[in-house]
Structures are given as structure tokens and as C-alpha cells.
Design a binder for this molecule. Sequence first.
Ligand SMILES: Cc1cc2nc3c(=O)[nH]c(=O)nc-3n(C[C@H](O)[C@H](O)[C@H](O)COP(=O)(O)OP(=O)(O)OC[C@H]3O[C@@H](n4cnc5c(N)ncnc54)[C@H](O)[C@@H]3O)c2cc1C
Length: 349
Amino acid sequence: MTTAGYRLQRRAPLRALNTFGIDATAPLLVEVDDAQALPALAGQGLLGDAASPALVLGGGSNLLFAGDPATPLLRLRGTRIAAVDEHDGQVRVRAEAGAGWHALVEWTLAHGLGGLENLALIPGTVGAAPIQNIGAYGVEIGERVVAVEAFDRLDARFVRLDREDCAFAYRDSRFKRTPDREIVVAVEFLLSRNAPPDIAYAGVADELSAMGVAAAMPADVAEAVCRLRRRKLPDPARIGNAGSFFKNPLVPAAQAEALAIAHPDLPVFPAADAGLRKLSAAWLIDACGWKGHRDGDAGVSAAHALVLVNHGAARGDELLGLARRIRDSVAARFGVALEPEPRIVGAAW
Ligand SMILES: Cc1cc2nc3c(=O)[nH]c(=O)nc-3n(C[C@H](O)[C@H](O)[C@H](O)COP(=O)(O)OP(=O)(O)OC[C@H]3O[C@@H](n4cnc5c(N)ncnc54)[C@H](O)[C@@H]3O)c2cc1C
């Protein structure tokens, strides 16, 4: 069925729409070509209601369908990217939610703009990027966001949220805390024509040297990051996964110190909150012996302990069961609570 600004599909197969490759079915998929249609969709009840809100789906690279979703799924398909204005080499760029994240990074580099190069090759869409404040190689998008444009389902109106309103934190934001309220329709970034790229993160400078680059431009850093990522992370096109399944846990400084004394090779990092420390979830999981573990087709990557993989026909509830067993073993051995990074659809953590 085609209607102005959106399309509807009943009993929509989701296997190709999530990077875990989980076979699930949505009762209804609403493809929104024009975000201005959202108020009309809300009026028709197609965004669900407070008790069962529609789930917004981007590229499906940060969620796990633990079963068939019970609510409609909504995909924003607008992909426009444009410069809004420029002052003293600082350029505001607006991108619609349906644009691919890496496509945006490539667009900025083609237009001579730096700021997003460390975030090259992260899967997914622009609209999902603020949800968990995507980060990689020393940069989080919260640092580059000017504003997020969203449709507020509670008040049934469009809102413009400044960076401060978004409450960005490590893999977190206001959108993640109240996931069923705002539908992100566009994001505005502040990028630069001349700021030097950030190459401080471990491995980036070495990769640039290996590439023979002395004075790195943003495009060189993006290329270095792409090379590092291709070597380190399993490609969802070859084996289903959602990147890191667990967040690095934040624990009180005293607990981190005690753990570091007992386990001198445990990596401990500073956190934004001075009273907390960030631990390496990968180290904790590896120490419990999970790397390369496999229960049928649900497994842990042999290369990266943080990445759960679907070897072929794993069900979402099987991957969730494995994730819970990993969580329980880390809690029993180290007294540290692991939290999942992807959204679990259809089950509680
Ligand atoms: C191989 C691999 C590597 C990865 N590396 C990284 C990394 O380095 N750093 C990092 O931070 N993440 C990483 N990720 C996770 C993932 O790519 C990001 O979280 C990405 O932003 C998810 O985008 P998506 O469009 O696929 O979102 P989805 O998985 O479709 O959705 C994720 C969440 O966002 C919500 N959402 C999506 N779009 C909207 C919208 N328009 N409005 C409101 N809510 C919305 C969904 O409801 C859901 O809660 C990786 C994933 C993979 C598979």
C-alpha cells in the first residue's frame, strides 16, 4: 500500500534488516519517506500508543530481536545531507535520519570537512547515532552535534534539542533513557575545514605511519580507522553480529583498585565521573573463558570477546541466553555487572 509520505507492509520479514541476521517478523513495517508524515501517522495510531509504542528501526546494527516484535516497526528513509551555513571555517551540516552513517562520513570528507573521520565505518544510520552517542577511536558524536531534530511522541510535535538537551554520556543519551519518546528525524553537526584531526587514540598514529602519511588530513585518519576496523571487527555481511555486545562497565574507583591489585593485567580506564573507573568488558569476558565459545549457532567471536556472533541460524533468544550466561559468570567471578549495548527487543535483560 502506498500513501503520501509513507508505505506499509504487513508481516514484514526482518532477517535482512538486522545485522545479527535474526529471522523475525514484524506485524507491520512503516517506511516513512517524508518525516513530515509522522503527525498523520500518529493520528492514525500507526506509531502505536503509550502501552505498545512502535519501534524505530535504523540499520538494525544495535539491536537483538529476542523474538518477533509485538509492535509496528518504523523506518525513516530520508537521506538528504546538506551544509546549512559556514563561519570562519566552521560548517554546520544537517543530515536526515535515514542517511547511512558511513555515507555521511564520506560526504563530509568529500566536502573537505573534518570532525567525523574517527567514526568512519560504524554501521547504521544517522538517526540512530545520537541514541547511544556512537563513539570510536577517541571521539563520540556528542562532541560534534549541534542539535537533534525529533518528533516528540508524547506531545505529538516536532522539537529541536540542543546538544545539552541530549544529555550525551558514554554509550548513552536522553534518547536511550526514554527510548519510546523521540523519533530522531535529522541531526545537525558542527564540522571544521581546518581543525587538526585527533590521532591520539592507540593504534591510529601507527596505522598512519604504516600508510606512509606524515601530516595526516581527515581523509587519511578515516582510511587508517577503516583499515584498523576491517582487521579487528567481524563483518556482519560475513557473520551476523551487532558489534560490541557489552558496554565497558563503570565501577567505583575503590572497586577498580581492588580488582587491579588482584588482576594486574586488567585494563582500567578513567571515566567522566572522577569517582568511577571504566573496566575492559572484553578482558573480563575473556578471563571467564568465553572467547570462541559456541552453543549451536550462537557464539562469541574467536577474535573479539565482546562480540556475540550468529554462525548461521541462531535464534535471538539463544543469543540472549548466551549473553545472560556471560553476564552471570562475570558477576560471579569479579562482582561486576555487565550491561548490553544493543537494545533487546521482545525480552527483558
Ligand atoms: C560491526 C559493528 C561495529 C560497530 N561499531 C561500533 C562502534 O565502533 N561504536 C559504536 O558506538 N557503535 C558501534 N556499533 C553499533 C551500531 O553500529 C551503532 O550503535 C549504530 O548507531 C546503530 O545504528 P542503526 O541505524 O543500525 O540502529 P538500530 O540498530 O536500528 O537501532 C538502535 C537503537 O536506536 C533506535 N533508533 C534507531 N533509529 C532511530 C531514530 N531515527 N529515532 C529514534 N530512535 C532510533 C532503535 O529503536 C534502537 O533502540 C557497531 C555495530 C556493528 C555491527
